[in-house]
Design a protein around this ligand. Structure first.
Ligand code: SF4
Length: 223
């Protein structure tokens, strides 16, 4: 069984093509700018086979590139459920992707998925801990596994003004991402702040503005 926060059908942002995105509950990290803090707790228990069957109902929309993305929260935290769901989807011929913050190292899942989308919050271990409250061990092991096994992966990096938006930080992310098929720089936004307030949590980045389009362009040019 998997504790699920929500399911989005026909999503176009979390991996290639049209995808069903399964948002798992729970995360071992506590990123300062998390836009899904509502996934940290709670959730509804769902059976993996039933979930796979539900996802299969949309198979006609997935086309050549689309499929199912396991996201969250941290989808690899519920390790047995994540592996079982990936296997169930694979037997149904559905393309799978994992959208992970690198907070859990789970080689069995990395092996099964057709694509891993790995978020590098910060290349520096000290700053990484300041942002996420966690260490980089799992992230480093995940990168090593993906590279050494020739697995397809993308790297994402959220550019937060004054924290993770320097050319130097982006260059370090690029170095860490060696072997990635694609590197995506995402602009920091404040659209998730209301969720923190609703949960009664203090948002420590209050006052930090969204990243400007101009700055994002500059950083993309430096890649
Ligand atoms: S890894 Fe993702 S879900 Fe977990 S705290 Fe960070 S941003 Fe939020």
């Amino acid at each position: 069984m998997i504790k699920i926060h929500s399911i989005e059908t026909l999503g176009a942002l979390d991996g290639p093509g049209i995808r069903t995105v399964v948002f798992f509950s729970g995360c071992p990290m506590r990123c300062l700018y998390c836009h899904n803090p509502d996934t940290w707790q709670g959730g509804e228990l769902r059976d993996e086979t039933e979930l796979a069957e539900m996802c299969t109902r949309y198979k006609a929309y997935y086309g050549k590139e689309g499929g199912v993305t396991l996201s969250g929260g941290e989808p690899l935290m519920q390790s047995a459920g994540a592996v079982k769901l990936l296997k169930e989807l694979k037997t149904r011929g559905i393309n799978t992707a994992i959208d992970t913050g690198g907070g859990v190292y789970l080689p069995e899942a990395l092996e099964l998925a057709d694509l891993t989308i790995l978020d590098i919050k910060h290349p520096d271990p000290v700053k990484f801990r300041e942002i996420t409250g966690a260490g980089q061990d799992s992230l480093i092991k995940t990168l090593e596994y993906l590279r050494s096994h020739g697995k397809k992966f993308w790297v994402r990096h959220v550019c937060v003004p004054g924290i993770t938006d320097t050319v130097q930080t982006v260059a370090e992310v690029k170095r860490m991402a060696a072997g990635a098929e694609k590197i995506e720089l995402l602009p920091y936004h404040t659209m998730g702040v209301h969720k923190w307030e609703k949960l009664g949590l203090k948002y420590s980045l209050a006052g930090v503005p969204p990243l400007s389009e101009e700055k994002l362009r500059e950083l993309n040019l430096s890649l």
